[in-house]
Design a protein. Structure first.
Length: 193
């Protein structure tokens, strides 16, 4: 009887299932903006604490898995430790302007293809929409199971110019600027529906 129960449990674990992604303590969704020029080496670290997603995860056939994910842009916060509070507030204001959060309150991703990598992780490819502009993006993800909950850790590199995210330069002649590449990192939890 124990073998039969264990076999059923293993079969259940490998089955396809639907999950919901929501913020819980210990999770994060982070975007970085690397400085150039006189501030080269400095990094603006932004987090978003409001997001949601739906995941259909088929462990036996990962290519049948799908994910859709929405980030509330207005939940953006700056965590720079190398500036004072007044500058941090200004950085947040400029980031909201650059992302035009008033007219584009969300960024969204929807996978169209999932491929398992040799290292056991996955590449999810699909349209990422920022400021109303959709571009194909590849999101690198690893999935860890803990009981019935999935931990999704991953990254992507976005290009500011692809989405028109161009903050004004407060210093003339480009003495201080931002790199075009914006790394995104996340550590999320997906709970069964």
């Amino acid at each position: 009887m124990r073998r039969m129960t264990a076999g059923l449990l293993c079969a259940f674990v490998a089955m396809a299932a639907d999950f919901t992604i929501t913020p819980v303590p210990g999770t994060r969704f982070q975007l970085e903006v690397n400085k150039t020029g006189l501030m080269s080496g400095k990094v603006h670290v932004f987090t978003f604490d409001r997001y949601s997603g739906e995941l259909h995860y088929d462990e036996a056939a990962p290519e049948r898995s799908t994910v859709s994910f929405t980030v509330e842009n207005r939940s953006l916060a700056c965590h720079d430790t190398w500036v004072d509070e007044k500058d941090r507030q200004k950085i947040v204001r400029v980031a909201h302007e650059a992302m035009d959060t008033e007219h584009h309150p969300r960024m969204t991703f929807r996978s169209e293809k999932v491929v398992k990598r040799d290292d056991g992780g996955f590449d999810a490819t699909g349209p990422l929409t920022i400021k109303g502009i959709a571009r194909l993006a590849v999101i690198r993800v690893t999935v860890e199971r803990s009981g019935g909950v999935l931990r999704l850790k991953g990254s992507a590199v976005l290009r500011r110019k692809d989405y028109g995210v161009n903050p004004p330069s407060p210093v003339p002649f480009g003495l201080i600027g931002n790199k075009d590449e914006m790394p995104v990192q996340f550590d999320l939890r997906a709970a069964p529906k």
